[in-house]
Write a protein that binds this ligand. Structure first.
Ligand code: SF4
Length: 87
């Protein structure tokens, strides 16, 4: 298992930075079909393609340590969102 796990889901590119994940499981609470904790207690993909786009984005955005990054088809980063960086 590498430090980064990446999947293409529809037009989204989703990457888990496993070095950042602390296993809180917020992403799994939001999208239990998309993510799972492995035997190390670190998030990995389950079946993200079965989760609706908005729910998947919500789950990625729920990560408290921003371990999940999402890019759209144009290559623009949409999660973590820019709104989080505005005070
Ligand atoms: S929400 Fe973030 S820290 Fe928590 S399990 Fe998912 S990727 Fe890891």
């Amino acid at each position: 298992m590498s430090d980064f796990e990446e999947r293409t889901v529809g037009e989204l590119r989703v990457r888990i930075d496993r070095t950042l994940c602390v296993g809180f499981g917020d992403c799994i609470t939001e999208a239990p079909a998309a993510f799972v904790l492995d035997e190390l207690g670190v998030a990995t993909f389950s079946a993200p393609e079965t989760t609706a786009r908005e729910q998947l984005l919500r789950a990625c955005d729920a990560c408290p340590v921003d371990a999940i990054t999402v890019w759209n088809a144009a290559g623009a980063q949409i999660v973590p969102g820019a709104c989080e960086q505005v005070p």
